[in-house]
Write a protein that binds this ligand. Structure first.
Ligand SMILES: Nc1ncnc2c1ncn2[C@@H]1O[C@H](COP(=O)(O)OP(=O)(O)OP(=O)(O)O)[C@@H](O)[C@H]1O
Ligand SMILES: [Mg+2]
Length: 241
């Protein structure tokens, strides 16, 4: 029997215009920072934006946004709190500062549950911060959210791109939309990633330099937008709204 919550997910996301999963084959490439900063940037441009942290084992976007002690409101589901101009949802509302040792089926269950109960209402963009790698969450989100688009993050390293390539191949095979690839933490000139991306018929969104000042801006959204990282992300042509 199919889970009745799956039908509810479609209904819950009906008012969301574009759903973007920020993902990578590799960990530690800047997904969470890019997802959060992207959401903030779009919100500043007067878009209605939601940010959903789907990294259930190691959620970090609350640290990036500098939010603490938030609780969603319960009303025929869950209404995500509004922070810094965006609607924000994370497992930390339920797990607090503790590790949530969810495994396999429990991750899927939590993911289905949160997708089924969260009332995003009308949004221009729902940005999803994905856990690293090709995880259960990746396969679940593809299965559960038919309108999903992937924004892929890599670093200039051939090692990072090697795992990213596998994710790209999987998504292509499954005919899942890939809206672009961002090359993060660029330190010196090289055309490797762009070339690989374009050779696969995908859109290269551009590169973001390694920014030694970024760490200090974590937790302060105004500082974050003012960093070289934040500015470069904001200049991405594809983001002009
Ligand atoms: N452009 C950049 N310049 C300098 N440091 C960066 C840059 N992008 C990300 N970082 C740093 O890299 C680390 C990883 O970033 P982040 O947590 O966003 O990556 P992630 O891909 O979400 O990691 P995970 O796979 O663990 O979820 C952080 O310490 C972050 O500050
Ligand atoms: Mg992350």
């Amino acid at each position: 029997m199919t889970d009745p919550r799956i039908g509810i997910i479609d209904e819950r996301l009906k008012g969301v215009n574009e759903i973007v999963a920020v993902s990578s084959g590799k960990g530690g490439v800047g997904k969470s920072l890019i997802a959060s900063t992207l959401a903030l940037t779009l919100a500043r441009r007067h878009c209605k934006v939601g940010l959903f942290d789907l990294d259930f084992t190691s959620p970090t976007t609350h640290v990036i946004l500098g939010v603490k002690g938030l609780r969603p409101r319960e009303e025929k589901g869950i209404i995500p709190p509004q922070v810094h101009g965006l609607k924000y949802m994370s497992i930390v509302y339920y797990s607090g500062e503790y590790a949530s040792p969810l495994r396999g089926a429990e991750v899927s269950n939590a993911l289905i549950e949160l997708l089924a109960i969260t009332r995003w209402n009308n949004l221009d963009f729902l940005i999803i911060d994905m856990p690293p790698g090709i995880s259960d969450a990746t396969l679940d989100i593809i299965r559960l959210v038919k309108r999903i688009n992937f924004l892929i993050v890599t670093t200039p390293s051939r090692l990072a791109f090697e795992t990213v390539r596998k994710l790209i191949d999987l998504l292509s095979e499954l005919r899942v939309s890939i809206i672009g690839v961002i090359e993060n933490m660029k330190m010196k000139k090289s055309g490797f990633v762009q070339q690989q991306v374009e050779a696969r018929g995908l859109t290269f969104w551009g590169e973001i330099p390694f920014d030694a000042e970024l760490e200090e801006a974590i937790g302060d959204v105004n500082k974050l937008s003012a960093t070289q990282f934040g500015k470069k992300l904001g200049e991405i042509e594809k983001l002009k709204v």
